[in-house]
Design a binder for this molecule. Sequence first.
Ligand code: NAD
Length: 381
Amino acid sequence: MKIGAPAEIFEGEARVAMTPDSARQLQKLGHTCLVQSGAGLKAGFTDAAYEEAGVEVVKDAKALYAQAEVVTKVRGPEASEIKMLSEGQTLISFFWPAQHEDDMKTLADKGVRVVAMDMVPRISRAQKMDALSSMANIGGYRAVIEAGNNFGRFFTGQVTAAGKVPPAKVLVVGAGVAGLAAIGTSTSLGAITYAFDVRPEVAEQIESMGAEFVFLEFEEDQTDGAATGGYAAPSSPEFREAQLAKFREMAPDIDIVITTALIPGRDAPVLWTKDMVEMQKPGSVIVDLAAERGGNCELTVKDEKIVTDNGVTIIGYTDLVSRMATQSSTLYATNIRHMLADLTPEKDGVINHNMEDDVIRGATVTFDKEVTFPPPPPKVA
Ligand code: NAD
């Protein structure tokens, strides 16, 4: 099959869904690869590097969509891209089907098969295709780097001839994939790191990374906001109050706050309030990884960096992953390559879109002119 990667058209998006390395692997599966000229440039991959990897470079998006049997992308398709997709083609990209029902219906009617990378079931077997985790890992890392770039001091403590420097104190709120990456980055830079999550089972992971789990003095146990399936559920008002009281106690002492708390299907919970920001020292930094979903910090402005009257920097960038486009494209292209490996079981360049396979079924949101979202729950864990 011809697998193609167009240039991303979403403003500011620097990632690309195919790298020269992933293309080499795709060719081993019997596929041929196409890339739109310039598609990899912002991620550090030149046309020449693709050509060297045996990829055909086509001049524009129109030519790419006309030739590719499978189109691989990062962002879900915009209207102009949907127009270029036609019957028999497969699109593999992030899609967020619940938020794009009309696009899903249009593509189903057109006879385009859509594999949504954000719908890959989070089961062990599918970890190699778990693009949400790959991207969250990079986001967590970059959040700490971004904080460091806006913080006027070292992370680690030092005793120097010019004086003693205290270590920075970092609080990570939410210890999912992004939060754990932030914790690892923060401790490796030498900061004293605290972390909180409503799922008590992460305490051990937090501590194993050298951070301190923030315990609440709450009359029940700390399981209030933990739901089944590994995700969080909204906390009770009492639990939330206990959490906020703890954060208020910590706020004057914390230099850097990284927030990553999310609850599936809801706006991000507000956990770092205006009065906490006001209690922080000048020079403190907050990086809100939940900015896309409304923010965990009450004062976050999506896509902006603001400095409050008391000198606290609040970063609400939603493109942290794209800011590390070489790394994120490499991991994303590998996730896509693994998806295509499962779709090409005989390694003969022939796609077998097996809807009996839990992972393929889970991720496929349109098939044979039907919308196939939401999928049934996966059978294996
Ligand atoms: P997420 O992005 O949905 O949420 C981030 C974190 O915020 C979660 O840890 C959540 O518990 C936390 N949170 C929610 N409300 C909070 C609050 N009020 N205060 C503090 N923290 C709060 O999470 P994610 O990174 O997608 O991970 C969710 C789950 O999925 C985890 O159990 C993770 O281990 C699991 N997972 C499994 C796989 C796999 O098996 N393939 C892959 C990735 C993640």
